[in-house]
Design a protein around this ligand. Structure first.
Ligand SMILES: [Zn+2]
Length: 180
């Protein structure tokens, strides 16, 4: 099932996700549907709130060849796509600043500062707790999706100047959301 992605202005995007107690068939189906929805929307990550759900689940698929050379080797052992259930950032290191977008903010992007490296614990599709360390784009995508699960959005990461420059687009999204 392909969900349509919920855009900025809808209250659900501000909700904190609820930890998943058990990896049931329903949770696995949600993961499959979220992957399908992410690919349909041509995104590299998607969080439960963006499809109107509150389980602590997000999916990420950053192609290894999209990474800068220096990050490729470090991320090579991380299987794609990633289904991250109850993800928890354990540590971050360094800084990176790059253009970032979000499926809930169509046509809006801005350079955002994130940690370069992230170490993450999560439960996988089979219910096994895993720990990975990612760099570069994959690290950025993971941090972005974990933010979603805490109700934190791209707009919250923007500087006042960046927000001002997209304020017309944000208002437009908010008007659309109010009508739905
Ligand atoms: Zn997003």
């Amino acid at each position: 099932m392909i969900y349509s992605v919920i855009t900025f202005g809808h209250e659900i995007l501000r909700q904190k996700a609820v930890p998943v107690a058990e990896i049931t068939d329903a949770v696995r189906q949600l993961v499959r549907d979220m992957l399908e929805s992410m690919y349909a929307a041509k995104g590299v990550g998607l969080a439960a709130e963006q499809v109107g759900r509150t389980e602590s689940v997000c999916v990420v698929d950053v192609p290894h060849d999209a990474e800068k050379e220096a990050c490729r080797e470090e991320n090579a052992a991380i299987p794609m796509p990633l289904a991250l259930i109850n993800p928890e950032i354990l540590a971050t290191e360094g800084k990176q600043r790059n253009e970032e977008g979000c499926l809930s903010f169509p046509e809006i992007g801005a350079p955002i500062t994130r940690a370069d490296k992230v170490t993450l614990a999560y439960t996988d599709f089979n219910g096994t707790r895993q720990t990975i360390t990612a760099r570069g784009l994959l690290s950025r995508a993971i941090q972005h999706e974990v933010d979603h699960l805490n109700g934190i959005l791209l707009v919250d990461k923007m500087s006042p100047m960046q927000k001002l420059s997209v304020s017309g687009q944000l208002k437009r999204l908010q008007r659309i959301a109010n009508k739905e």
